[in-house]
Design a protein around this ligand. Sequence first.
Ligand code: HEM
Length: 202
Amino acid sequence: MFLAGSDTASAAVVWAMTELIRHPEIMKELQKEIREIGKENLGITEDDLGKMHYLKLVMKETLRLHGPAPLLLPHESIQDTKLLGYDIPAKTKVLVNAWAIAMDPLLWDEPDEFRPRRFLNSSLDYKGNNFEYIPFGTGRRKCPGISFAILTMELPLANLLYHFDWTMPNGAPKPEDLDITEGFGIVTYKKDPLVVVATPHI
Ligand code: HEM
């Protein structure tokens, strides 16, 4: 529970911040929503999150492009199966490449692009009902922590964006050139740490 629930969510927040730094206009639009909804408060609370529709689009798009568990967890076939002409015996280890599905140009328009608005007016969600988008898996063994995961991603991200403006340090590459190479592991981190400058927003 601790491993599945902490590494994954923290990796996703770093990926969200990385894409927002690479797309300053999207970060600005998101900060406008967050600051408008939180303007009477000292910070963003769980109650505020339900009103933040653009934040939800940004999180969905982050999980599409940078799902923290791109191969889900290993599964095993329970009976002999025929699939696309192939015989798959029982007890075969099955790795589902959720990342490849989420990047398939037959299913997604410009899949390489970070475009949160692609989820606007779309019924696609991450609960495992739509096989083209399964960052939390699907079926009986899908992630049981989805609701908690969404909260542990949205709450810190919203507060970081509420309290601070974010820029690249002097001498760093242009935001759009920020490196998005992934590290190797069952949870997919950004390979190099994200180094950014926080300026308090008064
Ligand atoms: C961004 C955050 C998270 C992501 C992307 C994520 C993703 C996943 C994925 C892809 C699986 C495997 C599903 C499959 O193979 O079909 C999984 C399993 C699991 N997750 Fe998560 N997870 C996240 C957060 C959490 C949290 C917060 C918890 C608990 C507090 C949690 C607990 C678990 C557990 C216990 C399993 C194993 C379920 C089983 O084997 O039956 N996860 N998660």
